[in-house]
Design a protein around this ligand. Sequence first.
Ligand code: PLP
Length: 368
Amino acid sequence: MAEELPFFDARREAVELETELAEAFRRVAASGRYVLGEEVTAFERELAAYLGRRHCVGVGNGLDALRLVLLAYGVGPGDEVIVPAYTAVATWMAVSLSGAVPVGVDVDRRTYNIDVTCVAASLTRRTRAVIPVDIFGQPADVDAVTEIAAEHDLLVIEDAAQAIGSLRNGHTVGSGAAAAALSFYPTKNLGAVGDGGAVVTDDAELAATVRMLRSYGWRTRGNSEIIAGNTRLDELQASILRVKLARLDRWTARRRAIAKRYLQAFAGLDSLQLPEVASGMDAVWHLFVVGHSNRDTLSEMLARRGVGTLVHYDPLPHLTPAYQALGWRAGSLPVAEWLAKRSLSLPLTPHLADEEVEAVISAVRAAV
Ligand SMILES: *Cc1c(COP(=O)(O)O)cnc(C)c1O
């Protein structure tokens, strides 16, 4: 059977916002300014306000948001940065591209988030920073990471690419950390119509340095103060992100309602590991990931019933060919590896209709 219910369909957001997006495009086209103009400035102001952070700097993508924060703080060759095993490869790549070495640590088997008890065991003289990742939209325990970091004089940079709008004990992403990195890749909860990312921080000096690092080392146009590349959020993306940011809370509420329905509907299915949210954490359900001992078969059976699924992430970053040179092997990070073999992401987007949610539930029940 052809796939009837795709895992993700970017067109649904475009259809919902057709008029506003056309208006945003007209505004940018009429301004004649396509790079670093009023739309980016306005979006940065609006996003900083939304997250309660003092500064926001738009960049080309989420990977560069992380990479530029590392560069700005002088993390590079000779340094080690602790990253969770269970994350998108971008978290690891940002560290590698800075010149530092990513040091993977294992994760909690219930939340998939960094296991803070594993951080201490991985510290060396070279450790400079820790990057907790808010995986699947659930905040990591940044407070606990920050405590260890304070004892050892380490930076904490939050990878919040999947978690815009989430709350940790009532606090937004980036609080307690030196900075948080966001991604606006189209599938993210706040998605552009191309690539985009941002750094949010309360550190004015960091924000100023990231601004220079995103555009040729310029504080004023043409006058390079440092050597830097080009990774900017453009005007068109910013104008579209402004439209979508105004919808984000409504979309997040819908994600939460669907997650609640799934959790209730699947509660009796013993063979299915359900997502668990730690106390004090308010997740935004970027992904709804279940665990099953026969993941690939489950995925095929759901596909035959017209339900699209994806796997996030297998192989994990440390088991990709790129990281074999650093000596990582199967068995290095056992909890994360066990989770990775079992995990399957079910469709969960704000644009799923109630009937579609029920269709997913029936298909999962039948398949399991
Ligand atoms: C998407 C993502 C990134 C990177 O974002 P891009 O915009 O694709 O570069 C980084 N970390 C995590 C956890 C992500 O999900």
